[in-house]
Write a protein that binds this ligand. Structure first.
Ligand SMILES: [Zn+2]
Length: 491
């Protein structure tokens, strides 16, 4: 058996092995589109490490979420297709300098940074969101930029060697932002002074040439240097990334060598994680596959989404497909995990479920399904409360399911009793002392004794109670409606 039940335990122990007073966890994201489940992992996984660490040892932990608002705008996302004309005019500009095409925010970046803040607040994570442009503006990168310029041949060799790609002869660590057209993807440094930080660039888009200095902070470093630099600035102890960064030839390999050979420091601990898949396809911001998280969190409590993203092995691809038929099962899985008692006899899967719940769980006062059933019948929480205790936390989700047509078919009904002329003796045999299971079993007993298929009885009774061929478990339904009431309505 493995020593660790969950990857967050293993990484927390690795951090504690550094024996520091304060630990720093960093993570990063490019806010170029709506928040999808892949972006949730970018802040959820560091949060899991944070929580695992706090469960072991109450040391100070700082956690920064670096939002790369200087990344170039490079595609039109599905949710903004109608604004592609405006967006296309701003292609190649840093997200922070591109316009919000709807004119609702100060910039393109702000639209999605706002959404990110909102989603993160729902997940109650402890990461401090930092816009990378603020770090540049404060001059935090300047020192590193000079180091890279002074060691440009070595830096270039490291990038070529680790990426397996030949860089152009005039390659430069600095990516200037054109002062005329604001593009960052079409500029090229022509000359520089590695001591003063002066440099001259040309913009291939508008033809602008300019002499400036890195202290003007109108530039960004090449990604493979940008990443280790923010890790060094924050003094990061751990930062993960997707498989694309951690594959051979990926930017993690470069970062490790930049840290050790150029910056003379230890690289942060690295960890890589898999993709979130929807029916085997990668969730992607530009393609808009799957529900946006801003909509999903109105339908599924954030804790339950987190639980389902954390109950896997770290490098395993996560299949997450929240259809209205599947969500109820996902919620039940979460509620069952609340009941897992840790022991050495647990299966591997249950150890992970237990651990994920331990990090992001919330003990429900009553089962979601139970509340859904009673709400389907009464459509009024005050009336539901007469019959069962309710968990206030679930009420808005259930209401949203009804508002947005997200109720699974079995629960999408209203009570429409009709008099029966078959199976009367079965219904007559029911009494208010029977449990839902007693009622359910009575149908099977009756079926056996009378040589009728149980399915036929169920179908007939559903039709006379809710005017459908099927519904929630019959015993539960009759019990929730009230045996006396059902008997007087249909007999
Ligand atoms: Zn230009």
């Amino acid at each position: 058996m493995e020593r660790y039940w969950h990857w967050s335990d293993r990484l927390a122990d690795q951090l504690l092995g550094l024996n520091k007073d304060t630990y720093v966890i960093t993570a990063g994201i490019t806010p170029s589109g709506p928040v999808h489940l892949g972006s949730v992992c970018e802040f959820l996984f560091p949060e899991a490490i944070y929580r695992a660490l706090k469960l072991k040892n109450n040391k100070t932990v700082k956690m920064y979420f670096i939002v790369d608002v200087l990344d170039a705008l490079d595609s039109v996302t599905v949710d903004l297709q109608d604004y592609s004309d405006i967006i296309n005019q701003d292609m190649g500009k840093p997200l922070k300098l591109a316009r919000d095409p709807k004119g609702e925010f100060r910039s393109y970046a702000e639209r999605y940074v706002n959404e990110l803040r909102y989603v993160m607040s729902k997940f109650k994570v402890h990461l401090e969101l930092v816009e990378v442009s603020d770090m540049y503006d404060q001059g935090l990168f300047d020192k590193y930029t000079l180091i890279y310029l002074q060691n440009i041949d070595k830096v270039k060799e490291i990038i070529q060697n680790t990426s397996g790609r030949e860089l152009p002869k005039d390659w430069n660590p600095v990516m200037p932002i054109c002062s005329k057209c604001n593009r960052i993807d079409s500029t090229r440094v022509m000359s520089y002074d590695a001591i003063t930080g002066d440099y001259e660039y040309i913009c291939n888009n508008c033809g602008n040439t300019e002499r400036t200095n890195i202290k003007e902070h109108r530039y960004k470093l090449q990604w493979r240097l940008h990443w280790p630099s923010w890790q060094a600035i924050m003094d990061s102890d751990i930062e993960g990334g997707g498989v694309d960064h951690f594959t051979k030839g990926g930017s993690r390999d470069t970062a490790v060598r930049i840290h050790t050979e150029i910056l003379g420091r230890n690289p942060p601990i690295g960890y890589k994680y898999g993709f979130v898949l929807l029916d085997g396809k990668k969730y992607s911001k530009s393609k808009g596959v799957g529900m946006y998280v801003r909509d999903m969190i109105e339908l599924i409590p954030a804790e339950i989404i987190a639980y389902h993203l954390l109950k896997y092995d770290l490098e395993e691809n996560i299949d997450f497909n929240p259809t209205k038929e599947k969500i109820l099962g996902m919620i039940e899985d979460f509620e069952d995990a609340a009941k897992i008692i840790p022991s050495d006899n647990l299966t591997r899967g249950d150890r992970k479920r237990y651990s994920a719940f331990r990090l992001f769980g919330r003990h429900p006062k009553v089962a979601f399904k139970e509340m859904l059933l009673y709400y389907s019948i009464y459509r009024d929480w005050n009336r539901v409360k007469i019959h069962i205790p309710i968990d206030e936390y679930y009420t808005e989700f259930i209401e949203n399911w009804y508002k947005r047509g997200f109720v699974p078919d079995d629960y999408d009904f209203s009570y429409k009793p009709k008099k029966i002329d078959r199976f009367r003796d079965l219904v007559e045999s029911w009494n208010p002392n029977m449990s839902p299971l007693d009622i359910h079993n009575s149908v099977y007993d009756y079926a056996q004794k009378n040589g009728v298929a149980a399915n036929e009885i169920f179908k007939y009774l559903y039709n006379h109670l809710i005017a459908k061929d099927r519904g929630p478990r019959l015993g539960k339904l009759v019990y929730a409606l009230g045996v006396e009431r059902v008997k007087s309505d249909i007999l």
